[in-house]
Design a binder for this molecule. Structure first.
Ligand SMILES: [Zn+2]
Length: 339
């Protein structure tokens, strides 16, 4: 029941501040009001798309609560408590992420022992004399047992405790868990906000920040690795522009490239789906953006079929179907259309 059962928390260089969270004004004003009036609910469920600032906001809120000398209603970033939050060593803050297996590799779930660890932690006295805060960073991955165990704490929280559930798929949480938390809904981010975050905050080169913002679909989830995104973008665009595979060798080669990741849905496929969807929208006269692939001859129906073929592959791979067959089937179907 120790913290070692959880994947190490993502390290941060300095403590985030609420004032730095972009594009979530309604969330910030709600939290600030709760802080000011001391009416924060003991369990907050942060929900919204991946990469919109939920975890950052949770950490900023914890830092604000622990900070010895808050400025303008935000953590100062310099006091001992702020430094401890940034270093991951604050005694009254516990962050839990995915559980780890015997080899220390992250699993795709958060398990009951982690919840029990959080309960012991919250039940103990606050060492710094203030509140105790637990952040469950992948709450959508809590197993059923873990959720059942958590219910008790949500119903009867130890005095002074604050539980922050960070979740990008609230439908995976039992209704009983959801109903015992106050829901804090985060919005998708606009393109300009994403470009600013990537370039100004994360130091991404302007060109990559722009590409990232075009693909981001409301969050930073896969825009944060610019080199990987650029490579996948070039690959997806090349495949689309090539006019489609014409021989089995071409099909096999294209399929091999798409299987760049051993599990789940490869980034290339997600980007391809976006490119095709944009083309479909452009043909339907709905949207034209920088990313819209150059129009090949073809009808709206052809474009729709391409999207459907890619979507079917995404679903197949998400279900761990035979990866090679799923990818080859996709390229054959798209090849037919593009030829
Ligand atoms: Zn401080």
């Amino acid at each position: 029941m120790s913290g070692r059962q959880s994947a190490p928390a993502v390290r941060i260089e300095r403590v985030p501040r609420l004032g730095e969270v972009l594009g979530q004004d309604h969330v910030l004003s709600m939290l600030r009001q709760g802080l000011e009036r001391r009416t924060l609910h003991h369990a907050l469920l942060f929900v919204g798309p991946e990469g919109v600032g939920k975890r950052t906001t949770a950490l900023a809120l914890a830092a604000r609560l622990f900070c010895a000398s808050p400025r303008e209603d935000d953590a100062c970033g310099d006091c001992a408590a702020c430094v401890q939050v940034a270093a991951g060593s604050h005694p009254d803050l516990r962050r839990e992420s995915f559980a780890v297996d015997d080899r220390g590799q992250p699993r795709e779930s958060m398990v009951i022992d982690q919840v029990r660890g959080v309960q012991l932690f919250l039940g103990a006295q606050a060492l710094a004399g203030g509140r105790k805060v637990a952040i469950l960073e992948e709450a959508h991955a809590l197993t059923e047992d873990a959720q059942n165990a958590l219910l008790k704490t949500l119903e009867e929280p130890p005095r002074g405790s604050l539980i922050l559930l960070v979740c990008h798929n609230a439908s995976r949480l039992a209704a009983t868990v959801r109903s015992r938390c106050q829901r804090v809904a985060f919005s998708p981010l606009g393109r300009r906000t994403i470009e600013t975050l990537l370039a100004a905050r994360l130091g991404v080169a302007a060109q990559d920040a722009r590409l990232g913002s075009l693909y981001a679909e409301g969050g930073l989830a896969f825009a944060c690795e610019p080199a990987r995104l650029r490579e996948a973008h070039e690959h997806a665009s090349r495949l689309l522009a090539a006019g489609g595979p014409r021989s089995y060798v071409d099909v096999a080669a294209a399929a091999k490239d798409v299987l760049s990741t051993p599990r789940g849905v490869p980034l290339e496929l997600k980007l391809l789906l976006q490119l095709l969807r944009r083309r479909l929208r452009a043909r339907a006269g709905v949207e034209e953006t920088d990313l819209t692939p150059p129009g090949k001859t073809g009808t709206l129906l052809d474009a729709l079929r391409d999207v459907e073929a890619t979507y079917a592959a995404v679903v197949d791979l998400g279900r761990n179907a035979n990866r090679r067959l799923a990818a080859e089937r996709l390229w054959l179907r798209i090849g037919e259309r593009i030829d």
